[in-house]
Design a protein around this ligand. Structure first.
Ligand SMILES: [Zn+2]
Length: 207
């Protein structure tokens, strides 16, 4: 087996339909991709394939692919020699990432204070305790926030039990920003401005 870079770990898990998945994670990029070992109906050999984690339209998927593809293909090639089956040469990017079982991501849409149009989305990420886990939420929610096209923040767990305790917050849309640690007093005014300003330019231009 080739040795993994220090930032990369993997876990082996059984697949629901039979077979095994080797799931690879990166310290800061979160889930990278999987190598799947499956027996197809009517065939005796094991089918080995690689897939990169994430929506193909998400720019982060390309970053994950750049790291995972050479590694995944090399490991898959070595597995193929052991089990004696051909490997699918190209990693498959699934058209829509399947929902990860048992994890419901809570989100909230903020509305304009005048017309009630949606102006922002907040994603609550109590499990986002490090950079890689923030990326997991960003990856999983990408189809949703890219479709809604609203400013979107992923909010990690509060640093303490008090109502004014800070939390790590990651803006993921329309542009990626660095992770920030903000208190509600620092963050909420941004949302208030979005809610207040949505209809304001329109009113001014009517005068
Ligand atoms: Zn409005």
């Amino acid at each position: 087996m080739i040795s993994l870079p220090p930032d990369i770990t993997f876990e082996k898990r059984p697949l629901p339909g039979g077979g095994w998945a080797y799931e690879f994670r990166h310290r800061t990029l979160g889930a990278l991709g999987r190598i799947l070992l499956q027996s197809l109906p009517g065939r005796r050999d094991t089918y080995i394939s690689c897939e990169v984690a994430g929506d193909p339209a998400d720019p982060r998927t390309a970053e994950r692919r750049a790291i995972f593809e050479p590694l995944g293909l090399e490991i898959a090639r070595q597995m193929e020699q052991i089990v004696g089956s051909p490997t699918d040469k190209r990693p498959i990017v699934p058209p829509a990432p399947p929902a990860e079982p048992g994890e419901v991501v809570e989100s909230k849409l903020m509305q304009c204070s005048t017309c009630n149009a949606f102006v922002a989305m907040l994603v609550f990420a109590p499990g986002a305790t490090d950079a890689g886990r923030f990326e997991d939420y960003a990856r999983r929610m990408y189809p949703e926030y890219s479709r809604r096209n609203l400013p979107t923040w992923i909010i990690g767990p509060a640093s303490g039990p008090g109502p004014e305790d800070s939390a790590d917050i990651l803006q993921v849309w329309p542009t990626r920003k660095p992770l920030q640690r903000l208190t509600p007093a620092q963050f909420n005014p941004r949302l208030d401005r979005l809610a207040a300003n949505h209809c304001r330019p329109k009113r001014n231009s009517m005068r």
